[in-house]
Design a protein around this ligand. Structure first.
Ligand code: PMT
Length: 412
């Protein structure tokens, strides 16, 4: 595990399947590995296992009610959601997974799963026919796409007397997988990351501007993934219609110049800069003080170059962070992105094909990531999952770059 200044906090959700009888053992295995565990049970789970047993093994009161006024005042679903470094639902029944996939919030466990920004792990446990059902399969695909980690299920004899995939993984395996995955996911622990996102608006007059269709979804997902990886994140964003992720410092800007200034202010002591914003290449030489009047059939717009933030960050001579740019390309994606990697002197470029309803303002995206001596394609998936993989790749390439640098310094 990462060197947190305290034990890692696992919120164990127990839903109503026969495998709930293994939950006390799972609590013990997690605690043996140094985790602090709090348990939340669903009403169904209480039919298989008592709260008293789980309280005894976890050393913490077990929570099961959303409408528990006394507890709500002290530690309601929001506090539980914030408390957790990770939420592990084991066993996760077919019904619980369906409710999770569709955003239900009708009991304490489903509500805190919606409210938490901590990584979510689920250990499915159900009859093999239920597991094979297309409804379950599509719920699992949805969850996976949103970045939920699915542990198992295992295969073998089932409580119903049948055999097949659907058994919950053994407690020891679950504890090991969760804690090691968590440690692997906190790849940017202690790092300071600045992310730019969204479009910029270049005003022509008090009511008109030039902008683009960036929704901010990609950049916000990157900021969230960096935060989940343990980084301290500053998100500098153009105007978008989505909320910034919790736990991230947020700076709202409008124009390319404002974004340039905000990014450079945020970069003090930053380790990584990720430019996901769709920044204007051109701006008006001056913003007209009054609304421009219609005076002729044709009008010619004169524009001048906007500051290139990415180039300016990559050119820093002191305190230069690891610089990751994006490339939005409608054609010759790899060739154009390679040219940008070199021309803008960045450490890494994440290229996406745009146009025809791709990348801009959609939930899914795919990336071709290039760096000196390397290339990796990340296939189409939801932006949160894509961002998680991109952040893992950034940490890996930066880490190996630093190790090589260290070797060069030793030999140099
Ligand atoms: O916001 P979404 O709807 O989720 O869409 C995501 C996205 C398509 C906007 C995103 O994935 C993306 O591709 N962002 C970069 C868009 C862009 O401006 O690409 P570019 O190829 O024109 O620019 C290359 C790089 O230079 C980018 O890192 C850009 O931030 C940077 N740049 C560009 C111009 C400028 N004046 N300053 C810059 O820093």
């Amino acid at each position: 595990m990462d060197k947190l200044p305290r034990p890692v906090r696992i919120l164990l959700g127990v839903s109503g399947g026969i495998a709930a009888y293994k939950s006390p053992d799972l609590v013990r295995r997690l605690r043996e590995r140094g985790a602090e565990v709090q348990v939340v049970m669903t009403a169904g789970a209480a039919r298989f296992i008592t709260a008293l047993t789980l309280q005894a093994v976890s050393g913490q009161p077990v929570r099961d009610a959303l409408w528990d006024e006394a507890a709500e005042a002290a530690m309601g679903h929001i506090e539980l959601a914030r408390w957790a470094d990770a939420v592990l639902v084991a066993p996760a029944t077919a019904d619980f997974l369906a409710r999770l996939a569709h955003g239900h919030a009708d009991d304490l466990l489903s509500t805190l799963c919606l409210a938490t920004s901590a990584p979510l792990f689920v250990a499915p446990a159900m009859n093999h026919q239920m597991w094979a059902n297309p409804a379950t399969a599509s719920n699992m695909a949805l969850l996976k796409d949103r970045g939920v980690t699915i542990l198992g299920p295992g295969e073998g004899d089932q409580a119903c007397g049948e055999t097949g995939p659907g058994r919950m993984l053994e407690p020891d395996q679950l504890a090991e997988l969760t804690l090691s995955r968590l440690s692997a996911e906190r790849v940017l622990s202690g790092q300071r990351v600045v992310v730019s996102a969204g479009p910029t608006r270049e005003h022509l007059d008090p009511v008109r501007f030039i902008s683009n269709r960036s929704s901010g979804k990609m950049g916000y997902a990157v900021a969230q993934a960096a935060r989940d990886a343990g980084a301290t994140v500053i998100l500098v964003s153009g105007p978008v219609g989505i909320d910034p992720p919790a736990g991230v410092e947020f700076v709202a800007v409008e124009s390319a110049q404002q974004m340039y200034d905000a990014v450079h202010r945020a970069l003090v002591a930053a380790d990584i800069y990720i430019g996901a914003a769709a920044v204007a290449d051109y701006q008006a030489p001056a913003v007209a003080a009054q609304k421009i009047k219609k005076s002729a059939e044709k009008m010619q717009l004169e524009l001048v170059g906007a500051p290139d933030i990415l180039v300016s960050v990559a050119a820093l001579t002191s305190g230069r962070p690891f610089v990751v740019g994006f490339a939005a390309e409608t054609e010759n994606v790899e060739e154009n992105a390679r040219a940008k990697l070199t021309r803008k002197r960045v450490d890494m470029i994440a290229a996406n094909r745009v146009g025809d309803g791709l990348a801009f303002d959609c939930d899914d995206n795919s990336l071709l990531v290039l760096w000196a001596g390397g290339r990796e394609e990340i296939a189409s998936c939801g932006k949160p999952e894509l961002a998680r993989r991109l952040v893992a790749l950034i940490a890996k390439v930066r880490g190996s770059r630093r190790r090589t640098g260290a070797v060069a310094a030793v030999h140099g």
